[in-house]
Design a protein around this ligand. Sequence first.
Ligand code: GRF
Length: 190
Amino acid sequence: MKIAVFASGTGSNFQAIIDAVSAGELAVEIGLLVCDKQEAKAIERAANHGIPTFVFSPKSYPSKEAFETDILEQLKAHSIDWIFLAGYMRLIGNVLLGSYTGRIVNIHPSLLPSFPGKDAIGQALQAGVKLTGVTIHYVDEGMDTGPVIAQEAVRIDESDTRESLQRKIQATEHRLYIQTIGNLLTGARA
Ligand code: GRF
């Protein structure tokens, strides 16, 4: 199985996937990083591990269809089977949804359907909830709306700051994403 990871930023989830593959814990090949930000740290992580990267500038295209058509060409050229979003800050459009139906997955730092969209951790703190968490879901045309694959709760303690909560959520994300990718791709092979 060959996967592509889409990221726009730091790429700590991308790194967790790289590390799990290197450690032999995840039997997949990371065939491509797709990135829409020239300065993203994820690009450096890919370079450190010899992972091919397609970096594009959305503004230089007339439409989402146009840049997704270029992405699709890259995915095909690298024989990518599944797409895993890891902090990719754009909605996926019809070109990719049509070609990778049921094979695009996202991770989100809340228990969806609570707190979709940007800054889910800040939204949870603002709402004063005692439990938040991590959701992994199939991607559809909406924002963080596709069918849920896996969820895990993270407790918000009185003493938590934004930083400490973020650390707990990240640790959960890294573990749950690896486990879920493994489960999904084993299922896909059966
Ligand atoms: C993660 O919290 C993920 O759930 C969300 O974006 C963040 C990406 O973090 N979709 P990183 O770039 O993987 O560190």
